[in-house]
Ligand binder design. Structure first.
Ligand code: AMP
Ligand code: MG
Length: 346
């Protein structure tokens, strides 16, 4: 398949381009589009065949459900059984990087939900994503636009690497602002369960829901034979080619450890910007941002993991173990998966 790359420079003058992309969705094709979290690989969310095509293009197991992307929170009425808490969350966080899980209606093919009787709903804030959904006139089913097992794409170049020749169109809308996938919360009445942390933090959800539980798999690995609340949790995600180990200790111990291994052949360090001048000039560094700037670390994380993958000689990577509060929880959750839960105390 030939993949068209469409660059959006000025949405206000490119209405025809968006209409063309929407036509592809409506006739059952696949379009990769930018969102504020990561890039998504989209198809018609009411068409089981389009969902099957998404699983195939990504190489994703078909029991790992897709997220239904809507233009407005109210469109959920057609696809899910909503409740008051959904609308309270929507008023605070939609459009934005929040996905809500609700009981599904028959209008959503079970292929989209991986056979589950619930559906994941999100209203993206990115103007290109929003324009595409509006023009298509249908909800767009989309997971992240990476090959299964690779880090989620935050630049069109990442998508081109992974999905060229496998989708009809890739829309290049620049770098994804957040850089980590949406927060996922499952709702049972007023009680929420956090299934995947993201830019909408646990504390932010607590301001709206009566109670927010944290699914154990957010912080830990799944026990053998444990059934995950979110099917995506059971797959090893975001695995870099090199072995990644997270360093747990105080700042000075971590710096000392990094300095001691920095020039060893094959080692790369995901370091804070402040650490660059403290490490030998011939070490291989992948700066993630300033120590206190978690938003930049989130924005850069997946791009940095891909840079490390593209580096010819790196076999071992070390990174800081993120804090577990605020946006740190989302970074922690992605990094422990990338590291297959390998933590070294220093
Ligand atoms: P991705 O955007 O690639 O991260 O994929 C969507 C994520 O949403 C997957 O990890 C799914 O497991 C999760 N998800 C989608 N639908 C549901 C659902 N009905 N229940 C729980 N998790 C879901
Ligand atoms: Mg994904």
């Amino acid at each position: 398949m030939k993949t068209e790359i469409l660059k959006i420079e000025d949405l206000s003058t490119q209405e025809k381009d968006i209409s063309r992309a929407a036509e592809i969705i409506c006739r059952g094709g696949l379009v990769v589009f930018p969102t504020e979290t990561v890039y998504g690989i989209g198809g018609n969310g009411t068409d089981a065949a389009a969902a099957t095509a998404i699983y195939r293009a990504k190489g994703r197991p078909s029991d790992n459900p897709l997220i239904l992307h809507l233009e407005t929170p109210e469109q959920a009425e057609k696809y899910a059984i909503t409740n008051e808490t959904y609308y309270k969350l929507a008023a605070q966080f939609m459009p934005g990087p929040l996905t809500v899980i609700l009981p599904k209606k028959d209008t959503v093919p079970s292929t989209v939900t991986g056979g589950l009787d619930t559906v994941a709903l999100r209203c993206p804030a990115h103007p290109v994503a929003n324009a595409l959904i509006r023009a298509a006139g249908v909800p767009i089913a989309a997971p992240s636009a990476n090959l299964s097992g690779k880090p989620s794409p935050t630049l069109a170049a990442h998508v081109i690497d992974d999905l060229s020749g496998k989708v009809d169109m890739i829309i290049d809308g620049g770098a994804s602002e957040v850089g980590l996938e949406s927060t996922i919360v499952s709702l049972d009445g007023e009680v929420g369960t956090l299934l995947r942390p993201g830019a909408i933090t646990y504390d932010a959800l607590c301001c709206v829901c009566k109670e927010v539980r944290v699914a154990p798999a957010v912080l830990e690995g799944l026990a053998k034979n444990e059934r995950p609340l979110s099917p995506g949790m059971k797959y090893r995600h975001y695995a870099p080619r090199a072995t990644l180990t997270l360093l747990d200790g105080d700042d000075s111990s971590i710096k000392a450890f990094m300095r001691s291994v920095a020039t060893t052949k094959g080692i790369g360090l995901l370091c804070y910007n402040e650490e660059i001048p403290l490490l030998p000039t011939d070490s291989t560094l992948f700066p993630v941002g300033a120590q206190d700037d978690l938003a930049t670390q989130a924005h850069r994380l997946f791009a940095v993991l891909r840079e490390a993958d593209d580096h010819p000689n790196i076999t071992t990577l070390y990174a800081h173990l993120p804090p577990k509060d605020g946006l740190g929880l989302a970074l922690y959750n992605r990094l422990i998966r990338a590291a297959a839960h390998t933590i070294k105390k220093v």
